[in-house]
Design a protein around this ligand. Structure first.
Ligand SMILES: [Ca+2]
Ligand SMILES: [Ca+2]
Ligand SMILES: [Ca+2]
Ligand SMILES: [Ca+2]
Length: 446
């Protein structure tokens, strides 16, 4: 959503372990659990920090599937964070584009190592005050993480507003999928102004984009709240099926395309409820979203083909936000009941969740803020891990120290996590004495 920024084991070793585990686990399912242990020696790395009451937040991160030492991250409003040593050191630059760079950073690296940074537009540099503001979703590309193209985009449109995109990759073709929300008028409280989900695909590594099409059936409002059709995320199945999930009206919907995005379901599939909606209040946080994430297991592991959808909500009460995960093993036809990802007792806040699947193993990783250890607004960061297809989740505190956010400081809308070949890199925002920073943790299964 638009940012209220101004107003307020190394691969070889892992493959060996995986082969060992998968041959053993045919005899007993317990072997996989004991053979791989969550790393205990975890270091936090500060990627970037800046001035009082403003600074980097809302981070996105992606490890290159082509070279696990290469990592591209972004944070608002226009920050690029690049590492070539697996996240130990970072080079921070500012992204520029003739179309403007206005937050909602989404980074992705394809199978050839080409990097993408998608963001909101602001061509006239007049946020909220020009018809060009939010006229397109811009995708800038780079081969080195430093020099970026001006950007490509589905056709611009100065009548509507385009916001809250996510990218997905088809690992078989390197096609780039994008889904986002089209607002008739961003922020409008007029019920005649509607919101809907759009889709476009690039089949030439981000050089050009197909004409955007509307895929959602039920329109939402334009308030940028629970009844706004928002939080669309695309993913590709092992058979090339396209999937997109989003949230509206306290429900999570799935859309499916069997023809590479040309046509979609004419009735979107309701796959879960989200009591309280995707927008909710967390004490000490300026605003909080629990929008869904979708990932598919493309590994050769036991759970290959499983589709995972995760989100957070307040079904257990306003003081007890939880992270949820559902799975489908039949191409999205049927879904499991929601499983609670955080494993603490009831009554504490878990929020700002993100998820990724390590395609070398099919293991699923989540990152979220967690207040289970505190009676106040002190906040830790946890990573949860499932190696059994989303039935059980182990939880691990990965922040070295807790922090306390402040509701008068814009904290962004999300955190992120990337998992490739046993290398897990969450990214999150923290605050110390009014100063915002984004951090990662070095989590390596080796
Ligand atoms: Ca945002
Ligand atoms: Ca549809
Ligand atoms: Ca709500
Ligand atoms: Ca909770």
């Amino acid at each position: 959503m638009a940012n209220d920024f101004f107003s307020w084991m190394k691969a070889g070793m892992l493959a060996f372990c995986f082969l060992f585990v998968s041959s053993c686990s045919k005899k007993t399912g317990l072997v996989m659990e004991t053979a791989m242990k969550f790393p205990t020696d975890i270091t936090n790395v500060t990627i970037s920090s800046s001035g009082y009451h403003s600074g980097p937040c809302e981070p996105s991160i992606c490890i290159s599937p082509a070279n696990n030492d290469i990592i591209l991250a972004g944070s608002i409003i226009d920050n690029v964070h690049f590492s070539s040593d697996g996240g130990i050191t970072w080079k921070n630059t500012r992204l520029k584009s003739p179309y403007g760079v206005f937050g909602d950073p989404v980074t992705l690296i394809d199978g050839t190592g080409k990097m993408f940074y998608a963001h909101l537009s602001n061509p006239k540099a007049k946020p909220y005050n020009s018809v060009e503001f939010l006229d397109r979703i811009v995708v800038q590309s780079s081969m080195d993480g430093i020099l970026f193209s001006d950007g490509s985009f589905p056709e611009a449109d100065q009548v509507k507003d385009h916001d809250k995109h996510w990218l997905g990759l088809d690992p078989a073709t390197n096609d780039l999928l994008m889904s986002w929300t089209e607002f008739d008028k961003y922020g409008s409280k007029d019920w005649n102004d509607k919101s809907r989900i759009l889709f476009s695909v690039s089949r030439d590594q981000g050089e050009s984009w197909s004409k955007a099409i509307t895929i959602s059936q039920h329109e939402g409002d334009c308030v940028d709240d629970d009844y706004t059709t928002e939080g669309a995320v695309p993913a590709v199945g092992t058979d090339g099926t396209y999937y997109i999930v989003w949230s509206v009206d306290e429900k999570i919907y799935l859309d499916i395309s069997h023809d590479k995005g040309k046509t979609w379901l004419t009735e979107d599939r309701l796959i879960a409820t989200q009591p309280g909606g995707w927008a909710f209040d967390i004490p000490g946080i300026s605003r909080s979203n629990g929008m869904p994430v979708i990932k598919v297991d493309h590994s050769k592991g036991h759970h290959r083909g499983t589709i995972y959808v995760s989100w957070s909500d307040q079904r257990n009460g306003k003081d007890d936000t939880d992270v949820w995960c559902i799975t489908s093993k039949d191409q999205g036809k049927s879904w499991s009941k929601p499983v609670r990802v955080n494993d603490d007792k009831a009554g504490k806040q878990q929020f700002f969740s993100a998820m990724d699947v390590d395609q070398s193993t099919g293991h699923v990783f989540f990152v979220f803020y967690d207040r289970r250890n505190h009676k106040d607004e002190l906040t830790d960061v946890y990573v949860a891990w499932s190696s059994d297809g989303g039935k059980h989740f182990s939880n691990h505190k990965i922040s070295e120290t807790p922090f306390a956010p402040s509701a008068d400081v814009f904290f962004g809308d999300y955190n992120d996590i990337s998992a490739v070949n046993g290398r897990i890199r969450p990214i999150w925002t923290r605050m110390d004495n009014g100063q915002l920073s984004v951090l990662t943790a070095l989590i390596d299964f080796n």
